[in-house]
Design a binder for this molecule. Sequence first.
Ligand SMILES: C[S@@+](CC[C@H](N)C(=O)[O-])C[C@H]1O[C@@H](n2cnc3c(N)ncnc32)[C@H](O)[C@@H]1O
Length: 401
Amino acid sequence: MTEIEESAGQKTTEVSEDGPEESQKSESNLKRAREDDGESAAKYRKVDGEHTKVVAKHYNTLEEKGLAERNKSRIFYLRNFNNWIKSMLVNEYTTKVKDSLQVGAPLRVLDMCCGKGGDLLKWQKGGISHLICTDIAEVSIDQCRARYEALAARSKRFAPDFTAEFFVCDSTLDRLRERYRDPSVDLNLVSCQFAFHYCFESLPQAECMIRNASECLKPGGFFIGTIPDANEIMRRKKLSDSDTFGNDVYSITFQCDTENPPLFGAKYNFHLEDVVDCPEFLVHFPTLVKLARKFGLELVLRERFGDFYQRMIPRGRGLIEKMQALETYPPFYEGNLNSTTPHDYSHAQEFLDKSGSHGRYSRRLGTLSKSEWEAASLYLVFAFRKMKKVWNKEGKPEFIQ
Ligand SMILES: C[S@@+](CC[C@H](N)C(=O)[O-])C[C@H]1O[C@@H](n2cnc3c(N)ncnc32)[C@H](O)[C@@H]1O
């Protein structure tokens, strides 16, 4: 048994190395156990993720806004900024993978909780050869497939840049491998963007999702993602002294004991203007790291969005402009700012005041409104590397670096 340290005020618990049954007997509604690949006889157990249906319904009914609508959105720059973060993360890790591959070797990717396929272009740019897309929301998978087909049709080459497969599945409850066209597939990269936190509803769901991320990854391959930072959420909660806090762009309403939040099922409702309004769960990061290790994944990156931005900006400046991920302040030609909230740009004005104007032209800078930055800075990026499996003297599998 391994003990999980306390962090972000969340309760400690014990996570069994053998499986969830040791540590969460209360999950006795678990129904089935499945044989793994014959090596470890690791168990698959079925739970009823109480909230996954609510989440699926939310994303299934989310209206797809046209470009014109999106351009008017209060979170136009925030969405683009988040997209830029994902682009940089995908680029960093597809590059690492490619550097380790022999010329011409295939690069296969799983996009777990892919949504409507917002990352398809990133995969195309990453030069991958095969993509597996899965999501709990049927409507999103249909749109993702349609986008892929349009992309493939536009492709100038005779064949699409990369092949792809799509299926609807709950990654916290079901084994993805059984749904792949080729269940023996070796993956080089698994990506789960803005979605992994849904699995922290319960320990069995977290284990199921991590196993899904890990089990087909080749040693040296990566599992990358973006999730809300539980420490930052708890910090803001304490500062606000209320169970609800946020601004005109996002809000969080806790629906669990915030004095002693549980390790799993630490539920809050997350509202992000126009895009999200559903239950989410705090991800206790030390627990994630320990669970990941159990499935052969070693933490290699954990960076808050602000720090990741600072590290990436030297190489991502061009892309940030192209993607309109920052708003120009002051706006050109007497244009309007995206936010009308007072003081939402005071940081930018202060910066300009301090640095002074240059010659005839007053300086401009790229920024996010404070409200949008408060939402963006809730998140962190992570990356885990798949370790090598060896057999120890007792004939049991062990993961090594
Ligand atoms: C905020 S969206 C992110 C979509 C996409 N990854 C992106 O970055 O554009 C979260 C996605 O997670 C999916 N999702 C939530 N819970 C899931 C689960 N248990 N299994 C599979 N997909 C899930 C939702 O349907 C939704 O498409």
